[in-house]
Design a protein around this ligand. Structure first.
Ligand code: NAP
Length: 258
């Protein structure tokens, strides 16, 4: 990483959904860049492992705290334990459930996707805005998706949620104009994490098939984009980063070796 002019030294970052995948890789990458990191997710044992991986010589360490972004009381408790100034909030908790066509949409799965990807981001952002502003140089990075501007068969529950997240992100940037808080969306294509295992309710074979014959992004590739956006100088707002595997042109056009 070159030309970093806003390094993480002395800065505090909060990462949601840090117990696996992109959130875990982002927490480790931020710790390497000098941030002190507070990690949130529901699986505390996994979070603690990631917090340990954030440690190391010269690093400012990390704390793991239970967080369910769909539960207002959990968000309130999590935020109440933070210091009064926070520099970076990475709203990463989220994911997809199922691939039901609209004609067979399952209300509960749709509700959960909206609760995590959209409302979870709203709750965390609303609760942390005073602390972000108090830092004098705050930044909200929302982990969106190419599903935030494309659609695919069976994807409506997830694409609708990520389209919603995109609208929320762009609206927030307008509303914060003139205040010291930057707003960025990082929107990846296919990344091999636990995402597809969760989407297919633990069916690992079906999940593996999503990435078969192609080279997906890694969680670290996405973490790199988050850290790059966060470490630009305070006057530089990176609105959006879209990154995909070279093997993927759109959500449905994927080059696979047979
Ligand atoms: P992942 O490995 O399944 O990670 C999802 C993370 O979200 C986990 O740490 C999970 O932790 C957390 N989470 C889920 N529900 C939560 C809740 N209610 N409260 C707090 N944390 C919650 O998948 P990932 O790929 O890293 O996904 C991270 C983000 O990237 C998501 O927003 C996803 O939509 C987005 N994304 C992924 C891809 C992809 O291809 N993988 C592409 C584009 C965008 P717990 O279960 O411990 O709570």
């Amino acid at each position: 990483m070159q030309n970093r002019s806003n390094e993480g030294e002395g800065r505090l970052a909060v990462v949601t959904g840090a117990s696996s995948g992109i959130g875990a890789a982002t927490a480790v990458a931020l710790a390497r860049a000098g941030y002190r990191v507070v990690l949130g997710a529901r699986r505390l044992d996994r979070l603690e492992e990631v917090a340990r991986a954030c440690g190391g010589e010269g690093r400012r360490g990390a704390e793991a705290r239970a967080l369910d972004v769909t539960d207002p009381a959990s968000v309130e408790d999590f935020v109440a334990a933070l210091p009064p100034a926070v520099h970076l909030l990475v709203n990463n908790a989220g994911g997809a459930l199922g691939v039901d066509p609209v004609a067979e949409a399952d209300d509960e799965r749709w509700r959960t996707m909206f609760e995590t990807n959209v409302l979870g981001t709203v709750r965390m952002t609303r609760a942390l805005l005073p602390a972000l502003e108090a830092s004098g140089d705050g930044h909200v990075v929302n982990v969106g998706s190419t599903a935030g501007f494309e659609t695919y068969r069976g994807g409506a529950g997830y694409t609708a949620a990520k389209h919603g997240l995109r609208a929320l992100t762009d609206t927030l940037r307008l509303e914060l104009l003139g205040r010291p808080v930057r707003v960025t969306e990082v929107a990846p294509g296919l990344v091999e994490t636990e995402f597809s295992v969760v989407r297919f309710a633990g069916d690992r074979e079906r999940a593996a098939a999503v990435y078969r014959g192609m080279t997906p992004l890694t969680a670290e590739d996405v973490a790199d984009a988050v850290v790059w956006a966060a470490t630009r100088p305070p006057h530089v707002n990176v609105d959006r980063i879209v990154l995909r595997p070279r093997d993927q042109a759109t959500s449905t056009e994927i080059h696979r070796q047979s």
